[in-house]
Design a protein around this ligand. Structure first.
Ligand SMILES: [Zn+2]
Length: 298
């Protein structure tokens, strides 16, 4: 495998400038909409427009149909506003729309970050019109980043649900334990994952999920990096953990149909596309956790 792939980090630092402090500037959204240099990331559910090369296609404000929901996402390196337009399901049919699940891996890191940000905020704009505390219709504030309830006075923000995803190895680090979800096609394997529950630490969530899904126990999970994943509003937190009882590995038989230990040779074959199993694609943090382990060959 290539050196770049073997050193792929499980997380990436931000490549975009969100300008969060600007959101409180009065009239920011109005001024940005009137700025001829402004560029728009349109979001149609989880899809964004791409051009002929698969890159994210930024649109001028004038191309966005009436009725869109707007938010200020940040600025380009040149200082131009970057806006979100959350559009209806049938809007702009002439564009090529690509789901983040499919297009995400092909976008460059900057475009990918804008796209994930746009889809995440768009979902919140679409789904959270009413106050969860009292049911009244809320008013948008902070250039699309918060909602104020005029009835009970509460303020609401886009939510994120933490979820853990875990690459489990044996004590020597020579084998990787993966599971095949009952809902997946035969032969597809990935790391173990699940949402952190109310009142639960991430470390406890790792231990619980691995024990539930794979039947093994892990101590001292080590954080590796994170990935925002707007399905529906997750933040995937990647961990490595060592199974203290590797021979006990057994699928739960419900969510996970099968668990197996894999050697580096088997994983390398699968990543090269000629193994007996398939692994998650490069858009996912699971892929990065697996590639990171593979690159640690002693
Ligand atoms: Zn309220």
């Amino acid at each position: 495998m290539s050196a770049s792939a073997s050193s792929a980090p499980a997380s990436r630092l931000s490549a975009i400038d969100r300008r969060g402090a600007e959101r409180d500037v009065p009239g920011l959204l109005t001024a940005a909409l009137a700025d001829p240099a402004a560029v728009v990331v349109a979001a149609r559910r989880d899809a964004v427009p791409t051009d002929g090369t698969g890159a994210l296609r930024f649109l001028p404000v004038a191309e966005i149909p009436a009725g869109a929901s707007w938010a200020f996402l940040g600025r380009t390196p040149e200082g131009a506003p970057v806006l979100l337009a959350a559009v209806g399901d049938d809007a702009l049919p002439e564009l090529a729309w690509s789901s983040l699940r499919l297009a995400g891996a092909d976008l460059d890191p900057v475009d990918a970050e804008w796209a994930v940000l746009a889809v995440s905020v768009a979902r919140w704009l679409r789904d959270s019109r009413f106050c969860p505390a009292c049911g009244a219709e809320t008013e948008l504030a902070q250039a699309g980043w918060s909602r104020h309830c005029p009835s009970c006075g509460r303020q609401h923000f886009p939510r994120t649900d933490p979820a853990v995803i875990v690459a489990v190895t044996d004590a020597a680090g020579d084998r990787l334990l993966l599971g095949s979800n009952a809902a997946w096609p035969q032969g597809r394997y990935s790391c173990f994952a699940g949402f952190a529950e109310a009142g639960e630490s991430l470390e406890s969530a790792v231990q619980r999920e691995v024990a539930e899904e794979a039947g093994v126990h892990v101590a001292a999970p080590l954080y590796q990096g994170s990935q925002p994943w707007p399905y529906p509003r997750s933040l995937m937190l990647g961990f490595r953990a060592v199974a203290s009882d590797p021979d006990e590995a057994e699928a739960d038989g419900e969510e996970i149909a099968e668990v197996r230990w894999f050697s580096r040779a088997q994983i390398a074959d699968a990543l090269a596309g000629h193994g007996e199993i398939t692994l998650p694609g490069p858009v996912s943090i699971a892929h990065r956790l697996i590639v990171q382990w593979l690159g640690e060959r002693p």
